[in-house]
Design a protein around this ligand. Structure first.
Ligand code: FMN
Length: 184
């Protein structure tokens, strides 16, 4: 792995509801080790797979889960998070989150922040092979690439759902190195 240095970089990590969400914990550790400041948004479905407490402990920052959060009312959070980020990284990125962003939907905190940001956005998709090969998913990805969104190809192999094929979350080091090269 190339040496990873991301000092003073603010990365907003979006964790959506795929089985690979547990791997985002290792990703946070890797990025923190490289010196990055990590803020996390966990989608409602993501919260079925891992807890905010884990991400909060590993990142050292509060984890955001809800667009309507009344205890921090001095700050319009979806705008402050969108402005603070040097990079938004969505890992794992579900078929659903990719589809919502491709449609310009803003119906939760993560999609709203992505819509509001001027920062680069990098998706690391992970899903069942049939979801990955679905032409609608592929069209959504092509559309987002045309708008300048970045993607890391998933790997091939045995998937958690029991299928074999493309859809595994890319290796953590590959994701971290891709994030670094976008930030340079
Ligand atoms: C056990 C289980 C595993 C899932 N794994 C994935 C997955 O790996 N990738 C994916 O795109 N969706 C997966 N889903 C479906 C998503 O959780 C679902 O589409 C959800 O609406 C995603 O919401 P989000 O994109 O807001 O996080 C899974 C669902 C279940 C119940």
């Amino acid at each position: 792995m190339k040496s990873l240095e991301m000092k003073n970089k603010n990365i907003l990590l979006g964790v959506s509801g795929g089985i690979a969400a547990y791997k985002s914990c290792e990703l946070v550790r890797t990025l923190v080790k490289a010196g990055a400041n990590i803020d996390c948004i966990l989608t409602k479905a993501g919260g079925q797979f891992i807890t905010p407490l884990t991400l909060q402990t590993l990142s050292g920052n509060p984890v955001h889960t809800d667009i309507f959060h009344l205890t921090e009312e001095t700050d319009v959070r979806h705008i402050s998070l969108a402005d603070k980020a040097d990079l938004i990284l969505v890992a794992p990125a579900t078929a659903n989150i990719i589809a919502k962003v491709a449609c310009g939907l803003c119906n939760d905190l993560l999609t709203t922040v992505i819509c509001a940001t001027k920062a680069p956005v990098l998706f690391a998709p992970s899903m069942n092979v049939n979801m990955w090969e679905n032409p609608i998913t592929q069209d959504n990805i092509e559309k987002l690439k045309k708008y300048g969104y970045h993607f890391i190809e998933p790997g091939e192999g045995m998937l958690a759902c029991g299928y074999e094929g493309k859809g595994r979350l890319a290796e953590i080091n590959t994701i971290a190195n891709t994030a670094k090269s976008i930030l340079e």
